[in-house]
Design a binder for this molecule. Structure first.
Ligand SMILES: [Fe+2]
Ligand SMILES: [Fe+2]
Length: 242
């Protein structure tokens, strides 16, 4: 292994450790029992959070790996040296669609519409759906596969796993079956994180370290601001009464 490559491996490990720490802290500050209680309790949490989670699993989960497949097809070696990544991305796409289905099915069981063909955040604040869409472009709109990985599998995607874990522990006593499904979802995220590390190490180089750190930080800040807003304004999100 060359010195240059070793430098990138270390950089990627550090980036992932940093964002794992930050993601956990964020979920435990703004997305835990206190927030769920503000939303109105377990059922209100399911009705409010699950349709949005289904949408995020589907779009945020699907489009970045699709983009990475395309970029690796163009810039990498999809039929030979990068097959492990292409196969991993295929599995990730399958997992994310499954996660979206699980959230949608539970939401519908609680009378909350979560059809991915039509859902447009009807019970969220004005302009919320547009914000979700804008963040989707920010996640996938890069010209290098490792830039997508820096802002997604290596960083912010870990945050979604911590949020799902917190949801599972909150719902565990009243809805153990839902909690178990959520834990299965969170368990898949480890594979996605591992895949992101592989992509970032293989395609990244020391010239890119600053850019990768910047992308991860920008996405972290956008997510932090959104979560803080929801935490401080639960009445705009809560739909326990309808
Ligand atoms: Fe997922
Ligand atoms: Fe994932």
């Amino acid at each position: 292994m060359s010195e240059v490559h070793k430098g990138t491996d270390e950089f990627v490990e550090e980036l992932m450790d940093e964002h794992r720490r930050k993601a956990k802290e964020l979920a435990n500050t703004y997305y835990d029992e206190e927030y769920f209680e503000r939303l109105g309790g377990p059922e209100a949490t399911i009705r409010t959070e699950f349709p949005a989670f289904a949408w995020k699993e589907f779009y945020y989960g699907l489009l970045p790996p699709v983009r990475q497949c395309d970029l690796i097809y163009r810039r990498g070696d999809p039929y030979y040296d990068d097959r492990d990544i292409i196969v991993g991305l295929g599995k990730q796409i399958r997992d994310e669609i499954k996660h979206a289905r699980i959230f949608s099915n539970f939401a519908e069981r609680f009378d909350a519409d979560a059809d991915m063909v039509t859902w447009d955040a009807p019970y969220h604040p004005e302009g919320y759906y547009d914000k979700l869409v804008a963040a989707g472009y920010a996640g996938a709109d890069h010209e290098e596969p490792h830039h997508v990985a820096a802002g997604f599998q290596c960083s912010t995607e870990v945050g979604a796993a911590f949020q799902v874990r917190n949801l599972a522990s909150y719902l565990e006593s009243e809805y153990p079956n839902i909690a178990n499904s959520l834990k299965d979802i969170a368990a898949d995220e480890g594979d996605h994180n591992h895949l992101g590390g592989l992509i970032a190490k293989r395609f990244g180089s020391p010239d890119d370290h600053d850019r990768m750190a910047e992308i991860a930080q920008q996405k972290y800040e956008a997510i932090r601001d959104g979560m803080r807003y929801a935490f401080e304004n639960p009445e705009e999100f809560a739909r326990g009464g309808d």
